[in-house]
Design a protein around this ligand. Structure first.
Ligand code: B12
Length: 220
């Protein structure tokens, strides 16, 4: 695979330079360069939000499914490894009223998209609890009882797991929690029809759309 040569190495570089290198690495499907360019951007205090929104997601417009998987892994490796303090410094400071709880639904073990969505939420300054993958409907309900939990995000890539999402919605409804928490679905299996059938409050086609919807909810 072709490596990216970082041009003008000794000159002062603009944020745009680091972002363009990420876009190029994602376009070329070059995993090594993705990790390198993301790391360089982090080291040069480019915010995680800009790395994802202006770099990775723009690069992905050209590089299809394989790019998506490689970029997700590169992001996970580089960004999850920076510690919480450092992440806070990079974050845009925003104030929200409540926490977001995110998990992949029971029966489904896909984690990459959920993790990217969580990285982006945290980069927007949101407090997020990660329940992991293969999460029982009951677990979502338990968290919905907690006073500061306002949003439940469910990652959903296997169509066969739809009944489990309906189960989450029934539990919330039966326990009178439906007005306390909002539910958003994300992942490859979501569609307007699924959102409607399950009774979820919203669905997101990608992490950025999801974060924008949640931001709106947490500000109200
Ligand atoms: C990688 C992958 C795997 C990996 C998962 C590795 C991991 N740690 O996650 C492995 C190999 C384990 C796997 C296993 C299986 N997989 Co698979 N997998 C994929 C693949 C190729 C990519 C998924 C991915 O990671 N994409 C990259 C991420 C970044 O994208 P994303 O998940 O869509 O997330 C983005 C948004 O959706 C959003 N998002 C995601 N979650 C959330 C949550 C919230 C709250 C918000 C706001 C946003 C959000 O944010 C992300 C960034 O924008 C997809 C194909 C595809 N096109 O999706 C198939 C796919 C999902 N898999 C599929 C299948 C069938 C399986 C298996 C059953 C295969 C098998 N026979 O064993 C098993 C299931 C195991 C299980 N019980 O879950 C099918 C599902 C079909 C369906 N509709 O039901 C797909 C669609 C492939 C296909 N075309 O047939 N898989």
């Amino acid at each position: 695979m072709k490596n990216i040569t970082l041009k003008y190495e000794n000159k002062t570089k603009s944020d745009e330079y680091y972002i363009n290198n990420i876009i190029e690495a994602v376009n070329l499907l070059d995993f090594y360069s993705m990790k390198e360019t993301i790391k360089k951007a982090i080291d040069n205090s480019i915010s995680v939000v800009d790395i994802i929104e202006k770099g990775v997601l723009v690069g992905l417009e050209e590089s299809g499914e394989m790019g998506l998987i490689l970029a997700a892994e590169a992001l996970e490796g580089e960004i999850i490894s920076i510690d919480e303090e450092e992440q806070k410094k990079l974050n845009k400071s925003r104030n929200y009223s409540g926490k977001v709880v995110v998990g992949t639904i029971k029966g489904d073990i896909h984690s990459l998209g959920k993790n990217i969505a969580i990285i982006l939420m945290k980069s927007y300054g949101m407090e997020v609890v990660d329940l992991g993958v293969d999460v029982e409907p009951k677990k979502f309900e338990e968290f919905a009882y907690l006073p500061d939990v306002k949003v439940i995000g469910i990652s959903f890539l296997l169509s066969s797991a739809e009944p489990k999402i309906k189960e989450v919605m029934s539990l919330l409804k039966n326990e009178g929690l439906k007005n306390k928490v909002k539910v958003i679905l994300g992942g490859a299996a979501v569609s307007p029809e699924i959102a409607e059938e399950t009774g979820a409050d919203a669905y997101a086609v990608d992490a950025l759309q999801g974060v924008n919807i949640i931001e709106d909810w947490l500000r109200k």
